[in-house]
Ligand binder design. Structure first.
Ligand SMILES: Cc1cc2nc3c(=O)[nH]c(=O)nc-3n(C[C@H](O)[C@H](O)[C@H](O)COP(=O)(O)OP(=O)(O)OC[C@H]3O[C@@H](n4cnc5c(N)ncnc54)[C@H](O)[C@@H]3O)c2cc1C
Length: 230
């Protein structure tokens, strides 16, 4: 482990230096295996990469949110610099490399923000100029992954619009919406922008309801890519 970075009260980024750089696409994930006390065999779970594959794909940032009562995530959020992890990958077809023309919509909830952040960081690296609308949903603003970097990126890059939804803090002034992602959140967030594709990541219920809402606001089902964190 090269670094451990606090992301939220219940989440960290684990920065890993890979022994062998296989390269990955923004949106892909690695399987992490670790021995857990009381388990006869190592436990394996999937974690998406939050960093950009450029300039250095041999360093990967995994964003981990602690799931209460879970087997592996509570152990991972307690790891320290210098500890070793076994990872295998990359895997997954939920990818966007930013080479297509036209605006794109990204919608993430909780740790579902991780692969979307890889996409945004990669778009920055590639010098994108076409619009990206990023809708982030979290229980409070403090739980929103990457909130400070995203605020900075949105200030620096006029093509990036960042919209925050918080579900459990009705008084949060930094949030644009104080409810879950729904049809009106999407249509207001997309004012003046007509994306040709949407990428949605988060818990299954959120992904399903967002995909339905996207069809309602005019997206073709084939234009919606999803990744569910079950
Ligand atoms: C493609 C993919 C990418 C992912 N990327 C990320 C990522 O970037 N970041 C991230 O944080 N997560 C990510 N996840 C989720 C991650 O893989 C794990 O599912 C998550 O961290 C929970 O693992 P865990 O071992 O801590 O919990 P688990 O042990 O799997 O438990 C999950 C929940 O089930 C409950 N539970 C477990 N066993 C029982 C039982 N017998 N009876 C009742 N309840 C039970 C637990 O209390 C807990 O609430 C991703 C998932 C997928 C599929």
């Amino acid at each position: 482990m090269a670094a451990v970075i606090d992301e939220a009260p219940d989440a960290v980024t684990l920065r890993l230096q890979l022994g062998e750089a296989t390269g990955f696409l923004p949106g892909q994930y690695y399987n992490v295996r670790l021995a857990v006390p009381g388990r006869p065999r190592p436990v394996q779970r999937a974690y998406s990469v939050g960093s950009s594959p450029t300039p250095d794909p041999s360093v990967i940032d995994l964003g981990i949110r602690e799931v209460p009562g879970g087997l592996l995530s509570p152990v991972l959020v307690g790891l320290h610099v210098g500890e070793r992890l076994s990872v295998r990958g990359p895997y997954g077809r939920f990818t966007w490399d930013g080479t297509d023309a036209g605006p794109v919509l990204l919608v993430g909830a909780g740790s579902g923000m991780v692969p979307l952040m890889s996409m945004v960081r990669h778009a920055v690296q590639r010098g994108r100029s076409e619009p990206v609308v990023l809708v982030c949903s979290a229980i409070t603003y403090a739980h929103a992954f990457y909130r400070e970097e995203l605020a900075e990126l949105a200030c620096r890059h006029s093509w990036l619009r960042v919209v925050h939804c918080v579900t459990r803090d009705p008084d949060e002034p930094r949030a644009h919406f104080h409810r879950r992602v729904d049809t009106s959140v999407l249509s207001e967030s997309l004012e003046g922008v007509r994306p040709h594709a949407a990428y949605v990541c988060g818990p299954p219920a959120m992904v399903e309801s967002t995909a339905r809402a996207l069809v309602h606001v005019g997206f073709a089902p084939a234009a919606i890519e999803t990744e569910e964190y079950d």
